[in-house]
Design a protein around this ligand. Structure first.
Ligand code: COA
Ligand code: MG
Length: 286
């Protein structure tokens, strides 16, 4: 998944637009973009939308976090529509994913769904404890489809007045959260997904930010506006050149009988290069 577009779960208009956006996945939101007194209505709209959208982008639903007392009602409403996955906000550790997985298992059984089909995508840096526990997602099992991060809730939680400096660079706290996500996802062998970019009119700054994210190891990104989707898809699709190079590395190792190190055009390539090339080819293969 390169692009994951957030769509408020109470907006039929935006939900319909989301399907046309070109996003690889939609994240239908029952959390922050839906007011407290609108949750019940949003659940009903979301369930119907999920049930009727089985051929386009993968549909994830973002539920309210496990401390709100709302999670079970969210899941109860949407699991009968069999979403591709659930996004868990404010996850504080791999144990939270485990707690959600137990609920999903029961709901899958009750709704006649195959055990384990529902993926989980947690947002792991929205609380201070979540950032510190980034390394605990390694044993979450095959439901875990990636890890992503958030800067807005963390700023609010800590009391930081901004998450970027005058030049638009994240401050240290948020760089730490961002890097922790890349490391945590790579360690757990799942996709690191970059966070949203709220200033959706500034496509130039967004493109720059995406390029930096892809350079640093993110393999996809969340969007909040349809205009961001094409940029994400473009930046996070490995170029033909990159794919050809990865294939050349894999081929060179195979041709040499899979040694520790090979030379290609006068440059050394060893096992980490091979691993990186294999990962890129696996990503392109889907
Ligand atoms: N998904 C689908 N369609 C969207 C969309 C989204 N996230 N954001 C905007 N659109 C649609 C609008 O409905 C509009 O279509 P219309 O003119 O046919 O109604 C079109 O795209 C252009 O929208 P625009 O006028 O540029 O933006 P806006 O002022 O209507 O909306 C936001 C701005 C931020 C409110 C909106 O983009 C949004 O709701 N984003 C998602 C918010 C969210 O889910 N946040 C939680 C995660 S951080
Ligand atoms: Mg939030």
């Amino acid at each position: 998944m390169r692009s994951l577009l957030f769509v408020p779960g109470d907006s039929e208009r935006k939900l319909a637009k989301g399907l046309e956006s070109g996003a690889d996945a939609l994240i239908v939101d029952l959390e922050d973009s839906v007011a407290t007194d609108g949750k019940a209505r949003a659940r009903a709209i979301t369930a119907e939308f999920v049930a009727s959208s089985k051929t386009g982008p993968a549909i994830y639903v973002r539920v309210n976090d496990l401390t709100t007392g709302l999670t079970d009602d969210d899941l109860g409403a949407v699991m009968k529509a069999a979403p591709a996955g659930i996004m868990l906000p404010k996850s504080t550790s791999g144990d939270d994913v485990g707690r959600l997985a137990v609920r999903l298992r029961v709901l899958e059984a009750e709704n006649g769904l195959q055990d384990g089909v529902t993926k989980i995508l947690p947002i792991i840096t929205e609380t201070p404890l979540g950032v510190l526990n980034a390394g605990t997602y390694g044993n979450c099992g095959p439901r875990l489809s990636g890890l992503t991060w958030g800067a807005e809730d963390l700023a609010a939680e800590i009391g930081a007045s901004a998450n970027r400096d005058e030049d638009g660079r994240y401050t240290d706290l948020f760089r730490f959260a961002r890097l922790s996500t890349i490391l945590a996802a790579t360690a757990a062998e799942v996709a690191p997904i970059d966070t949203v970019f709220p200033n959706f009119r500034d496509t130039e700054a967004f493109t720059r930010d995406c390029v930096e994210g892809a350079r640093d190891g993110f393999t996809g990104r969340m969007a909040i506006h349809p205009a961001q989707v094409a940029i994400i898809n473009e930046v996070f699709t490995p170029s033909g050149e990159a794919v050809a190079h990865a294939q050349a590395v894999v081929d060179a190792f195979a041709a040499a009988g899979n040694p520790g190190v090979v030379a290609i055009d006068g440059k050394m390539f060893d096992r980490p290069h091979l691993k990186r090339a294999e990962r890129l080819l696996a990503r392109v293969a889907g």
